[in-house]
Design a protein around this ligand. Structure first.
Ligand SMILES: Nc1ncnc2c1ncn2[C@@H]1O[C@H](COP(=O)(O)OP(=O)(O)OP(=O)(O)O)[C@@H](O)[C@H]1O
Ligand SMILES: [Mg+2]
Length: 278
């Protein structure tokens, strides 16, 4: 059976860091997940449980020490244009380039002809609300605008999968809420698969169609819940006040809070708590 093009399959993917002179650190236990095209998956769990490690592996920036990742049936062995990455900090933007120059990076590498590239860059800058800032240097932008530039840069390469590692955590509440709404709109508009790491249970609940909760290090999947609040045709502001959203976020917060190194008893408890919610 052939896979739909953008299905992302994590097959027993694990990672142990080995540093000379220090004991090995198992960051991520062998983990299997199948993510269908178009899903918006939030990865949540305590600090240090291997979320960024997992995202870096899917990005092709770090090889797994066990297992493999397949995108559309092909094994991921390095970075590639089908996966666009947005990091927590904007330091991955090139400071000597303009906003448009940064967004053009992927299409340049792909050798997209200049006129087509310019149109593509303009479209993505428009999409993230930065059309007027195309010719500015990135250091002239606010943190939120830099994050939008990163999102536009990732989208300009037209990836199948967007990988976002706490993209909004350094922003003030207002900007964060604005960008949450924009990311949701972009996801609905483009139908891309999104893998999104966040510390915020509210953010996960509002944006995701699936929430995967990891145990403390070594990270393993404790619960994997499908939700559909984000698909409702209402603003995030309205969703935030919805009792079902509030209840799910509270249960998720409690599930994370309850996680200790002694995970085994928790597994049943969390599954029980989260199960059956929309
Ligand atoms: N380069 C490295 N060398 C050695 N250990 C590392 C390295 N990077 C991460 N680790 C360890 O691996 C574990 C997982 O790290 P990772 O950054 O994936 O966690 P995380 O879930 O993203 O945490 P946070 O929520 O704080 O961002 C941590 O215990 C960390 O100390
Ligand atoms: Mg991290």
């Amino acid at each position: 059976m052939t896979q739909p093009v953008a299905d992302l399959v994590l097959d027993q993917v694990g990672h142990t860091y080995r540093t000379a002179g220090a004991p090995p650190v198992e960051a991520l236990a062998p983990t299997s997940l199948t993510i269908s095209a178009g899903e918006f998956v939030a990865l949540v769990g305590h600090s240090g449980c291997g979320k960024s490690t997992l995202l870096e592996i899917v990005a092709g920036l770090r090889p797994p020490t066990t297992g493999r990742v397949l995108l559309g049936g092909a094994e991921i062995v390095g970075p590639g244009r089908r996966r666009g990455v947005v990091f927590q900090q904007s330091s991955s933007l090139l400071p000597w380039r303009t906003v448009a120059g940064n967004v053009a990076l992927g299409p340049e590498i792909q050798k997209v002809p200049a006129a087509e590239r310019a149109a593509l860059v303009a479209r993505e800058l428009e999409r993230v609300g930065l059309a007027e800032f195309a010719d500015r240097k990135v250091y002239e932008l606010s943190g939120g605008m830099q994050q939008r530039t990163q999102i536009a840069r990732a989208l300009a390469a037209d990836p199948d999968v967007l990988l976002l590692d706490e993209p909004f955590s350094a922003l003030d509440t207002f900007t964060r809420e604005l960008l949450q709404e924009e990311l949701r709109r972009i996801w609905k508009e483009t139908g891309k698969t999104v893998l999104f790491v966040t510390h915020s249970v509210e953010e996960a609940t509002l944006l995701a169609t699936r929430v995967v909760l990891f145990s403390p290090r070594p990270g393993r999947v404790i619960s994997d819940e499908r939700i559909d609040f984000t698909r409702r045709d209402v603003s995030l502001k309205e969703l935030r006040a919805d009792p079902a959203v509030v209840a799910f976020a509270a249960a998720l917060r409690e599930a994370i809070g309850d996680l200790t190194a002694d995970v085994a008893p928790g597994v049943t408890k969390h599954r029980h708590r989260l199960r059956g919610r929309p």
